[in-house]
Design a protein around this ligand. Structure first.
Ligand code: ADP
Length: 379
């Protein structure tokens, strides 16, 4: 029975039997109602609650409020979102593309420069962008690579010029001698002499080509695999015996000191060549009655061989270049030699995962130290 109700909601539309039964049990509840009667459209939020007296539900009170303002706000929000989302997408898109353009501008510059770089202008460098970001690092790394390529290219060019020069000299001598000989008729002895001297020049050319071929094989890493255990003491004794004749000719005292057995995995003929080149140089650049001392020791996993002489030494400014191909300190110091001995020695050491270091005091002597790993990783 309805005891009281407000005027504008005098019907029982909101007190459905299910709600009534539910609240009668003593529990309040909330419901939403939508009234859709002719001339009357309403959205309501209704609270129905029991009034309990002496443990029984005496009354049920129902209050309602219109959901219209909330609905109106929600409609407004929907309209705003409807406009805002496309606007945001549009703005983000524009901002994104502007940003990408600004960021990638330096890449365009780089591409333009890279397109111009050819073998004859390896000196060009990429412009470095102001921002210290990934693009800056990329340009920097690319420039470093260009520098390495330029260096390799320049040394290759110098190498080619040197080869041409070295081969031209004996060929010119040979040609000159043959032309002079042809100018008039000679005795058989004179012809024999010219042929002998011609053969000497041919031999020189052959030796240069042999050295170059060897270096080329090192460059292409062809020699790396043919290794076997090499007893360094035995090897050094053979080298010393081989070099003794040369030392005796100049009354140079040679000695070999070993601190114990050293066996390493290597290419015996190449290692012998390495040490012959060093000891041969020591004799070549040491005046009469000098001394050449070779020592062999172990330092951890390294076999350390030192070749010291009491020779003319190498000036400080020349030291960084002496392992370069065709490099000779003051060509007048030695009539023989092509400046390939040390570069071959270094290539052999490096093919064994080792290295050669040098220290020298002009006028006092030079020491070459060869480091070879006793158990090099198999390559
Ligand atoms: P080369 O065939 O001219 O000896 P190398 O490559 O063996 O060529 O040596 C390069 C240069 O290093 C030589 O021209 C020489 O001037 C210098 N050099 C090498 N070994 C010694 C040494 N033990 N003492 C002084 N100078 C040396």
């Amino acid at each position: 029975k309805i005891i009281a109700s407000s005027k504008d909601l005098s019907d029982t539309v909101t007190m459905r039997p299910t709600i009534f039964e539910y609240v009668l049990k003593g529990t309040p509840r909330f419901d939403n109602f939508r009234l859709d009667q002719p001339g009357r459209k309403l959205s309501l939020r209704v609270h129905t609650t029991p009034v309990i007296e002496d443990s029984t539900v005496s009354y049920i009170v129902q209050v309602a409020t219109s959901l219209e303002p909330v609905q109106a706000e929600l409609d407004k929000l929907r309209a705003i979102l409807f406009l805002l989302i496309p606007a945001t997408v549009l703005l983000t898109g524009i901002a994104g593309s502007v940003l990408v353009k600004v960021t990638l501008n330096p890449v365009d510059d780089m591409v333009r420069t890279i397109r111009q770089i050819k073998a004859d202008n390896l000196r060009m460098r990429l412009p470095l962008p102001h921002a210290h970001d990934e693009i800056h690092r990329l340009a920097e790394t690319y420039n470093q690579m260009l520098e390495r390529l330029e260096n390799a290219f320049t040394s290759q060019q110098r190498f080619n010029q040197d080869i041409s020069h070295e081969l031209k000299t004996p060929l010119t001598v040979l040609k000159g001698e043959l032309e002079v000989t042809l100018k008039k008729s000679r005795t058989p002895e004179e012809y024999a002499e010219v042929i002998r001297s011609g053969l000497e020049e041919i031999d020189k050319i052959r030796r240069i080509l042999d050295h170059l071929l060897l270096l080329a094989r090192f460059d292409s890493k062809e020699l790396a695999m043919e290794t076997q255990p090499v007893d360094l003491n035995l090897l050094m004794e053979k080298v010393m015996a081989h070099i003794k004749i040369l030392a005796d000719q100049k009354s140079i005292q040679i000695s070999y000191v070993s601190s114990g057995p050293v066996v390493l995995q290597g290419h015996e003929p190449q290692l012998r060549r390495l040490f012959i080149n060093l000891v041969d140089n020591a004799i070549k650049y040491t005046p009469q009655k000098g001394r050449v001392i070779v020592t062999l020791s172990r330092d951890g996993d390294l076999a350390v061989t030192e070749v010291s002489d009491t020779g003319i030494g190498i000036p400080d400014n020349e030291l960084p270049h002496i392992f370069d191909r065709f490099y000779r300190v003051e060509k007048s110091r030695s009539s023989e030699g092509f400046g390939l001995g040390l570069s071959i020695a270094k290539s052999i050491a490096q093919a064994h995962q080792g290295d050669i270091k040098v220290r020298s005091h002009p006028g006092l002597g030079t020491t070459f130290t060869v480091f070879l790993p006793v158990k090099p990783p198999l390559s």
